[in-house]
Design a binder for this molecule. Structure first.
Ligand SMILES: CC(C)(COP(=O)(O)OP(=O)(O)OC[C@H]1O[C@@H](n2cnc3c(N)ncnc32)[C@H](O)[C@@H]1OP(=O)(O)O)[C@@H](O)C(=O)NCCC(=O)NCCS
Length: 189
């Protein structure tokens, strides 16, 4: 597995970015997501079923960030978009209303990206998302994020993602989301 590229004072040391068997390590990944994103035990149980179902979709894949002693400290997963998936059916009318629903075709969806807070801001999130999209056959990538200024939004903008629809409401989600899209490969520094 490749060593994580050094980034001066932000060099995360020996954290390694590489392919992740997310089905086998789903509980570790959700523990990272729970602390990074703030999920309660009930939400973790629901997410667990969703992740395992996603991983059966064609082209679904994951990368992880792992310490030398084998701890998972970050992960990303995604898949080629499928308009029949729940996420797509929710965002489609918002995108269509802005003439952007073509982004749902031939697009690689980033479903989750999370880095443990102790390991954030060292370039790991950037490395995970560029790594997974670099191996995509699709010419573009889409994702949704909470519609607020956040490190995630800052990172996505820096990588070339633009806002396609804002104030997108998912059933049962308390906060509105923004759908973002970027051409691949993602922009480098
Ligand atoms: C989003 C997240 C995965 C980024 O991971 P990370 O490893 O910290 O990110 P990186 O260090 O690779 O990227 C840093 C970039 O993010 C952006 N960023 C980081 N902190 C930021 C902040 N406080 N404000 C704005 N942008 C910020 C910058 O663009 C920065 O780019 P730079 O390296 O040129 O300075 C991480 O913050 C996280 O897990 N957040 C909580 C969970 C979450 O929100 N996940 C995304 C769900 S949509």
């Amino acid at each position: 597995m490749p060593r994580f590229p050094g980034q001066g004072h932000r060099n995360p040391g020996d954290v390694v970015i590489g392919p992740l068997d997310l089905a086998a390590r789903v509980d570790e990944a959700l523990a990272v997501q729970a602390i990074a994103f703030g999920l309660g035990a009930e939400e973790v149980a629901v997410r667990r079923q969703i992740v395992l179902r996603h991983l059966t979709c064609p082209g679904a894949r994951s990368l992880g960030a792992t310490t030398p002693d084998g701890r998972l400290v970050g992960f990303v997963y995604g898949m080629p978009n499928d308009r029949t998936h729940w996420w797509s059916t929710v965002v489609e009318p918002y995108l269509r209303g802005r003439g952007h629903d073509g982004w749902l075709d031939n697009s690689f969806v980033i479903t989750e990206l999370h880095v443990h807070p102790r390991y954030q801001n060292r370039g790991i999130g950037r490395s995970l998302i560029t790594g997974i999209t670099d191996s995509a056959a699709e010419p573009r990538s889409i994702l949704s994020a909470i519609d607020t200024d956040s490190p995630a939004r800052g990172l996505y903008h820096a990588l070339g993602y633009e806002d396609l629809a804002r104030q997108v409401l998912f059933p049962s989600a308390p906060k509105p989301y923004v759908v973002m899209g970027a051409p691949l490969p993602l922009r480098r520094r």
